[in-house]
Design a protein around this ligand. Structure first.
Ligand SMILES: Cc1ncc(COP(=O)(O)O)c(C=O)c1O
Length: 389
């Protein structure tokens, strides 16, 4: 391996929410944080060098995106996913959650219904309810090793509530599915039938395990896919979340206009200097780094899965197809959610995200972030064993 993902970097007292909130919140000093979705790895060396150069310049004025920025985004998606994006389809925002909220405001009005598939990343419901839209949930179906969309329930709910927009998560956080082309085509067909605007959050698209393929929603055969708003960002992929740079890809001109009208009303014009430079450099230089990163995360997953199977067979891990977030089922223990959470924090001394945060279907589950040096995964595994064996 060219890159060293085993390297430990102390993140305490850097204002990072993952490591510093537990300290400020009075949690045990030695609690291992494996909750929020950022990684404990240093970013691509070229990105760090570029940011040091930018910092050395000493003037940090208003900054725009040059042609090389747009080219870097287009080249990344063309080479990784055979998705040919045109430069003018790219709309920049300071984050994907903000982009989702803007979509809710652009494509629906107060009281309209917006559908999400729970369990799902919790801000999905927030952007709906906090904008006074009606939240409609279609729960994912638990199958033996993984989850599936419940198309019958989805269509019924769309009809029943006259759903205007759906937020899709692909790959899906927290249950780790990479939706197949067939599933997405079927979804496009249903949404087209009822004219439901699809907003696809594809922020985790670069984390795909061997044997799975990410299909960008806008590359489907179905014509409705060309009406989609696809949210992308280098933030998860290259560990740049603090720089707040996202690229929202909107192929359709009228949809794009409606969307940018909303962003303009909010005076939201995208990332600043450091975010722009980091995004451009990451997409220009980071391909090999991402490949090695995926191999490393796969190793973490294999390790933890084998450990659980051997020592904690009552804990079931959903098959990880994409993302670096593993969905663990503790229901066999029969704990209440409060007991489980307390045990995890106070006895195992690991901070995970409680399953209940992700809505329907989350009770009895926990989400663990495995994008960290292997020693952390080994430590967590040992602490889990001591508490739950
Ligand atoms: C599915 C999904 N969307 C969006 C985000 C956050 O995006 P941003 O930080 O760009 O708002 C996350 C972070 O965990 C996520 O998992």
């Amino acid at each position: 391996m060219k890159y060293n993902f085993d390297k430990i970097i102390d993140r305490k007292h850097t204002s990072c929410i993952k490591w510093d909130i537990p300290l400020e919140g009075g949690m045990p000093n030695d609690v291992l944080p494996m909750w929020v979705a950022d990684m404990d790895f240093e970013t691509v060396p070229e990105v760090k060098e570029r940011l040091l150069e930018v910092a050395a310049h000493g003037i940090y004025g208003y900054t725009g995106r040059d042609d090389a920025y747009y080219q870097a985004v287009c080249d990344w998606f063309a080479s990784r996913f055979s998705w040919k994006i045109e430069k003018n389809w790219i709309v920049s925002t300071t984050g994907v959650v903000l982009a989702l909220a803007a979509a809710v405001r652009a494509f629906t009005k107060e009281g309209d219904a917006v559908l999400i598939q729970q369990p799902v990343y919790y801000p999905f419901s927030n952007v709906v309810t906090r904008n006074n839209r009606k939240l409609v949930v279609s729960q994912l179906k638990e199958c033996s090793a993984h989850y599936e969309m419940d198309f019958v329930d989805l269509e019924t709910k769309i009809q029943e509530h006259q759903v205007k927009m759906m937020i899709l998560c692909n790959p899906h956080n927290p249950i780790g599915r990479v939706w197949t082309r067939e599933e997405l085509e079927r979804l496009a067909e249903i949404c087209s039938k009822y004219q439901v605007q699809i907003v696809a959050d594809e922020i985790h698209c670069d984390f795909i395990r061997p044997g799975f393929t990410h299909v960008p929603f806008a590359t489907l055969q179905h014509p409705w896919s060309k009406q989609a708003v696809v949210c992308t960002a280098p933030s998860k992929t290259f560990n740049l979340a603090g720089l707040q740079a996202s690229n929202i890809i909107i192929p359709d001109e009228a949809i794009r206009r409606a969307y940018t009208t909303e962003l303009n009303a909010m005076a939201s014009f995208g990332a600043g200097l450091f975010g722009i430079e980091a995004c451009k450099t990451a997409y220009q230089t980071g391909a090999e780094w991402v490949d090695e990163l995926n191999a490393y995360i796969d190793g973490n997953y294999q390790y933890l899965k084998a450990y659980l199977e051997e020592y904690l067979p009552k804990v079931k891990a959903a098959e990880l197809q994409g993302t670096y977030l593993l969905w663990l089922d503790f229901r066999a223990y029969g704990f209440s959610d409060k007991e489980l959470s307390q045990k995890m924090l106070q006895e195992a001394k690991i901070w995970l995200d409680d399953g209940t945060m992700f809505g329907a279907g989350g009770s009895g589950f926990m989400r663990v972030n495995i994008a960290a040096p292997r020693v952390y995964i080994e430590r967590a595994a040992g602490q889990l064993r001591k508490t739950f064996e």
